[in-house]
Design a protein around this ligand. Structure first.
Ligand SMILES: Cc1cc2nc3c(=O)[nH]c(=O)nc-3n(C[C@H](O)[C@H](O)[C@H](O)COP(=O)(O)O)c2cc1C
Ligand SMILES: [Fe+2]
Ligand SMILES: [Fe+2]
Length: 436
């Protein structure tokens, strides 16, 4: 192995298929990341059947060397060993942090301590996170916040920063090396798929992992994903080098198109200009179900609203989450069982973290026997998901009587009107104010 005095510089490295050494991406860009093949769960929320990689890169210019992102803390030694094979610490001028999450910043302090001429480049929002990350050490280092379009020169190579917030943290940005047409995207267009063969045309089939990563990490930020795609697509990058998973050197544009497909609403063409209201319910003795039917009937009286009803017991959570992502409003019905909403309802509600629910209309209803806590619990959750909850939750004791069915119908109608924006302020009966 070469040591720090025997730097290969721009010389291409032999392909490495086990991740133990640096790998040439172009003759000026080298992968110096770490492989984590045995990891089986990431950030609590993700399963990782193939482990993952923490991709870091070195960019060599005639007047400076840049390191793009680092690795997770347990892999510091691995990272430094690879770095030392391709660059001397004294020649490193730039550390770009495209995203400050610990899986990419674990080796920052170790690098700062070794590289005396290094300046950190982060996005404006990244600066705040970096301060929190480095704590008292922050002031010891040379940190520069960069804005969208700004460049940093390495002599005959340069880095251009593109601010791409919320894919998937506020700090996220991409970095483009114009002369090499290589785009560093960190988590964006990445996936948890560990394969030492590194390049998308050499590794195994990672499609499952690419989509799964999108679904759980990027999907809640759909509008920001579109914004980021709009920014990076015109670059026409020859290689997309993400922070996890394969380096996309064969048809990188196909992965951008794939993201486009993943953010495109699946049903929009079918529903046209109609608003959509989904009514979900669970019912042991049919009381909440009767409420759901009456709500459905009331909502269906409103023109231009497509109303659908689903028994949660009869379906899987994921297809329902897909429907909710594209719906304008949802109403959730649950009886109170042992002082709580039922598990199926919580399963659905907890799965909504994967999508953007902000601003959708939400409502809760349900039958109860004596205490009836479930409805307000669900309402709180809907509000926690940043939904608009314009109608107070509807609770009915045991099975609804005829007049209570009418109240359900009216509830449904009001919800549908809220979707169309045609709602009129309701006259409040004074007795309602004092009713418990
Ligand atoms: C096991 C069990 C526990 C219950 N716990 C509560 C409770 O804590 N509070 C309450 O108000 N009602 C409670 N109930 C009453 C139900 O909420 C009531 O029967 C309701 O009408 C059921 O609606 P459904 O037919 O839609 O399931 C309980 C019922 C069952 C079967
Ligand atoms: Fe991240
Ligand atoms: Fe990451």
């Amino acid at each position: 192995m070469p040591d720090a005095n025997d730097i290969p510089g721009a010389a291409p490295l032999a392909p490495c298929i086990d991740g133990t050494g640096p790998v040439s991406v172009t003759d000026r860009i080298t992968w110096i990341g770490a492989l984590d093949p045995t990891l089986r769960s990431f950030d609590i929320i993700l399963k990782t059947a193939n482990g993952t990689s923490y991709n870091s890169y070195v960019v060599r210019g005639s007047k400076g060397v840049a390191v793009i992102d680092t690795v997770k803390e347990p892999f510091i030694a691995d990272f430094l060993e690879k770095l030392e094979q391709v660059a001397r610490y004294e020649e490193i001028t730039t550390l770009v942090l495209n995203h400050l999450e610990p899986d990419h910043t674990g080796a920052v302090t170790a690098l700062l301590e070794r590289a005396p001429h290094l300046r950190i480049h982060v996005s404006t929002r990244g600066l705040l996170v970096l301060r929190a990350l480095l704590k008292d050490d922050f002031d010891r280092f040379d940190v520069q916040a960069v804005s969208c379009g700004e460049t940093v020169s390495l002599g005959d190579r340069s880095l251009r920063f593109l601010t791409t917030p919320y894919v998937h943290w506020p700090d996220t940005q991409c970095t483009y090396v114009e002369e090499e047409q290589v785009l560093f995207t960190c988590d964006f267009l990445g996936c948890h798929y560990c394969d030492g063969r590194l390049f998308n045309d050499a590794v195994g089939d990672f499609r499952f992992s690419f989509e799964y990563y999108f679904d759980h990490i990027m999907r809640p930020f759909r509008p920001y994903v579109i914004e980021a795609l709009d920014k990076i697509e015109p670059l026409g990058a020859r290689i997309i080098a993400p922070g996890h998973g394969p380096v996309l050197r064969s048809h990188p544009e196909a992965y951008i198109q794939h993201y486009r497909r993943l953010v495109t609403p699946r049903l929009a063409s079918e529903t046209g200009a109609e608003k959509t209201l989904l009514i979900f319910y669970v019912s042991a003795y049919g009381a909440t179900e009767q409420m759901a039917q009456a709500i459905c009937a009331g909502a269906s009286d409103v023109a231009d609203v497509r109303v659908s009803m689903f028994d949660l017991q009869g379906g899987e959570v994921l297809p329902f989450v897909n429907l909710i992502e594209e719906a304008d409003g949802i109403a959730i019905g649950t009886p109170t069982i042992n002082g709580d909403a039922v598990r199926t309802v919580w399963d659905l509600l907890s799965s909504l973290v994967d999508i953007d629910t902000k601003g959708k209309v939400g409502a809760a209803f349900g039958s109860f026997g004596w205490s009836g806590e479930a409805v307000s619990m669900v309402e709180n959750r809907l509000q926690g998901l940043k939904m608009r909850v314009p109608e107070p939750g509807l609770r009915i004791k045991l099975h609804p009587r005829a007049d209570e069915q009418n109240a359900c119908r009216d509830f449904g109608k009001q919800l549908a009107l809220h979707l169309t924006g045609r709602t009129t302020p309701r006259e409040i009966d004074m007795s309602e104010l004092f009713a418990k």
